[in-house]
Ligand binder design. Structure first.
Ligand SMILES: Cc1cc2nc3c(=O)[nH]c(=O)nc-3n(C[C@H](O)[C@H](O)[C@H](O)COP(=O)(O)OP(=O)(O)OC[C@H]3O[C@@H](n4cnc5c(N)ncnc54)[C@H](O)[C@@H]3O)c2cc1C
Length: 524
C-alpha cells in the first residue's frame, strides 16, 4: 500500500498545478491521470492576468510564456461574416489595454492547453515531492475520519494497488466520478448548448496577420463558429456552436465535412485544410453544491463547469487550488485546525457561482443558445471582466474584518478598485525593496507576509509568528493604496489575499499578530 499525504485525481491543468503548489509548500503528493500523457486538444487558451500572477509567484511564468504567443499576436477580438469577407466588429480586450498595466505588472498570456499542460507537467515533475502516474486511474475510494483509502489501477496492465492518503483532491474534470460517488449535486444549468471543436492545419495568415486576434468569430446564415488562434500561423481551433439550433449533429463532423465547413467559414473554396482532430462537447453552467466532503475536495471543472465564453474555466480551477494548497499544507503541518479547510468551500464556491453566471451571460449575449443572427459582437462585459479577474474578495473565518466598508464599484464585473480590504487580493503597487523597484505582487504569494510601515514595531513581532515581515518605506504611495499609516501593517496570506489589516499602531503588536494567526488557523 502507498502512503501519501495528498492524492490528486486528474492530470489536467488543475491537478498538475495542485501537484506543483503542494510540492513547493513541502507536501508530498501522488497524482494519477488515466491518459498516457497531457491534453491533445487545445481547449483553454486564455490564461488571464490573475492566473499569470500566480504562475509568476510559482516561478513558472517564463516557462508558460515561452510556450504561448507574444501579446502582439493576439491584440484583438474580431467578428466577421466569413474570415475573408465582411468584418462586423473589432475590439481590443481589456487584457491588452493600457489600463491593465495600472492593475498588474503581469500580462495575460495566450497559451493553448495542449502546449500549457506539458509545461505544468515538466515543472511539477521537477519537484522531488510530487509523483505523477500517467496511464493510472482512480477506480474506487472510501473515506473515514482519519484517511482516504483509494484503489488506483494501471489502465494498460490492469494492475491495481491501494493508496492511503490524508486528503484527496478531485481534479477529475467536468464528468467527475469522484463528485458523483460522493453524491454531490450541481446547482445551475446543465447542457445549455452543444459544440464541436476541430483542430486543424491551414495557413490562415492572409486573413489574420494584419488584425492579430485571439478569437475570430464567424457568423452568417449558415453557421456560428469561431477560429481559435493557436500558433497564429498554420495551427488553429475551429469551434462550431449551437449545433442543434442549426440542425447539426456531432456525428456529422467527419474530417471531410469539417474541412468543407472550415473552407466556407474562411470563404475560400479551395483552401488547403488538414483536420487533425474533432472533439464534440456540451456546455453547462453549474457549480457543485459543496466543494468539500470530509477529506475530499473538488477543484477545477469537477467543482464548476461553465461555457468557455470569457475563458474562465481553467483560470478559476488554477485559482481554486491556489486557495486550497496552502490551507492543506498548513493543516498537514499541524499548524492549523481542520476547520481552516472548510474555508475553501466558503471562499471559492460563491466565486465559482458568480463567474459561471458571467460566462453564461456572455454565451447568451453571443446567441450561443439560438439560431438567430446577432449581426453584432458580444455584450460589452465580454473579455472586459477585470472586476471578476482581480476583484474576488473572500469572507470566511480565514479573513479577519477590520470594520472598514467593502470597496464599492458601480459594476463589479467590469470594474476593479484596488484595495487591501481584508479578503481582497493584495493589490499591485510599485515599492522599493533592498534598493530594487519591485511590485507587491513579487513579495506575496508564498508564505504569510506582513507588509508594514517603518514605525509600529511590526517587523520584530512578525517573525515569532512564522510571518515574513517586509518593511516598506514611505517613498512610494503604496501605503495610501493599502490604507495604512506609517505604523500600520497588512497581513497577506500565502495565496496573495489580505488576511488582516491594522491601519495604525497596536499596543502589543506581538500579541495582536499571534491572536490574528490563531483566529485564521483556527488554533485559538
Ligand atoms: C472550447 C473550449 C475553450 C476553452 N477556453 C478556455 C480559456 O480560454 N480559458 C480557460 O480558463 N478555460 C477555458 N476552457 C475550459 C478549460 O478547458 C477547462 O476548464 C479545464 O480543462 C479544466 O481543467 P481541469 O484540470 O479541472 O479538468 P480537465 O482538463 O478536464 O482534466 C481532468 C483530468 O482528469 C482525468 N481523470 C478523470 N477521471 C479520472 C480518474 N478516475 N482517474 C484518473 N484520471 C482521471 C481526465 O483524464 C483529465 O485529464 C475552455 C474549454 C473549451 C471546451
Amino acid at each position: 500500500m502507498k502512503e501519501v499525504p495528498v492524492l490528486i485525481v486528474g492530470g489536467g491543468p488543475v491537478g498538475l498545478t495542485a501537484s506543483l503548489m503542494l510540492s513547493r509548500l513541502g507536501i508530498e503528493s501522488l497524482l494519477v491521470e488515466r491518459h498516457p500523457g497531457t491534453a491533445i486538444h487545445p481547449k483553454a487558451r486564455g490564461i488571464n492576468a490573475r492566473t499569470m500572477e500566480i504562475f509568476h509567484q510559482q516561478g513558472i511564468e517564463d516557462d508558460v510564456r515561452a510556450a504561448g504567443l507574444p501579446p502582439d499576436k493576439v491584440g484583438f477580438i474580431v467578428w466577421t461574416k466569413t474570415l475573408a469577407g465582411e468584418e462586423i466588429e473589432r475590439r481590443v480586450p481589456w487584457g491588452q489595454s493600457m489600463q491593465r498595466a495600472e492593475v498588474t505588472p503581469v500580462r495575460a498570456c495566450l497559451c493553448a492547453q495542449d502546449y500549457l499542460e506539458p509545461v505544468l507537467r515538466r515543472c511539477a515533475e521537477k519537484q522531488p515531492l510530487g509523483t505523477l502516474l500517467f496511464d493510472t486511474e482512480l477506480t474506487t475510494f472510501e473515506q473515514d475520519d482519519t484517511r482516504v483509502l483509494a484503489t488506483i489501477t494501471n489502465v494498460k496492465t490492469g494492475a491495481s494497488e491501494q493508496v492511503n492518503a490524508q486528503f484527496m483532491i478531485a481534479a477529475d474534470g467536468a464528468q467527475s466520478r469522484v463528485r458523483a460517488a460522493l453524491g454531490i449535486g450541481m446547482q445551475g444549468k446543465k447542457d445549455v448548448y452543444d459544440s464541436v471543436n476541430v483542430l486543424l492545419e491551414a495557413d490562415l495568415r492572409p486573413w489574420t496577420q494584419d488584425r492579430p486576434a485571439a478569437l475570430y468569430f464567424v457568423e452568417n446564415e449558415e453557421m456560428r463558429a469561431t477560429f481559435l488562434t493557436i500558433n497564429a500561423h498554420d495551427r488553429w481551433g475551429f469551434l462550431v456552436n449551437s449545433l442543434k439550433a442549426h440542425g447539426r449533429k456531432p456525428e456529422d463532423f467527419t474530417p471531410d465535412h469539417s474541412a468543407a465547413m472550415i473552407r466556407r467559414a474562411v470563404g475560400v473554396p479551395d483552401l488547403p485544410v488538414k483536420v487533425l482532430g474533432v472533439a464534440p462537447w456540451v456546455a453547462s453552467a453549474h457549480v457543485a453544491e459543496r466543494y468539500r466532503d470530509g477529506r475530499v475536495f473538488l477543484a477545477g471543472d469537477a467543482a464548476h463547469e461553465m461555457p468557455p465564453t470569457g475563458g474562465f474555466g481553467m483560470n478559476t480551477g488554477v485559482q481554486d487550488v491556489q486557495n486550497l494548497a496552502w490551507k492543506m499544507a498548513t493543516v498537514l503541518n499541524g499548524k492549523a485546525a481542520d476547520a481552516l479547510l472548510d474555508t475553501y468551500h466558503d471562499e471559492r464556491q460563491p466565486f465559482g457561482k458568480a463567474i459561471t453566471e458571467q460566462a453564461l451571460a456572455n454565451a447568451a449575449s453571443m446567441g450561443r443558445m439560438a439560431k438567430t443572427l446577432q449581426g453584432k459582437g458580444a455584450r460589452r462585459e465580454f473579455l472586459n471582466e477585470q472586476g471578476m479577474i482581480f476583484g474576488a474578495t473572500y469572507q470566511s473565518r480565514a479573513v479577519i474584518p477590520d470594520g472598514s466598508p467593502r470597496p464599492v464599484v458601480a459594476d463589479p464585473v467590469t470594474e476593479y478598485a484596488p484595495s487591501a480590504w481584508p479578503g481582497a487580493r493584495a493589490p499591485h503597487a510599485w515599492v522599493q525593496k533592498g534598493g530594487v523597484r519591485v511590485s507587491t505582487i513579487d513579495l506575496v504569494g508564498n508564505g504569510f507576509v506582513l507588509l508594514a510601515g517603518t514605525k509600529g514595531g511590526w517587523a520584530e513581532a512578525a517573525m515569532p509568528n512564522a510571518i515574513e515581515p517586509i518593511v516598506l518605506g514611505d517613498e512610494e504611495p503604496w501605503r495610501d493604496l493599502y490604507g495604512i499609516d506609517a505604523d500600520g501593517a497588512v497581513l497577506v496570506r500565502p495565496d496573495g489575499h489580505v488576511a488582516w489589516r491594522s491601519a495604525g499602531v497596536a499596543t502589543d503588536p506581538g500579541r495582536t499578530l499571534a491572536g490574528t494567526m490563531n483566529a485564521i488557523t483556527g488554533t485559538a
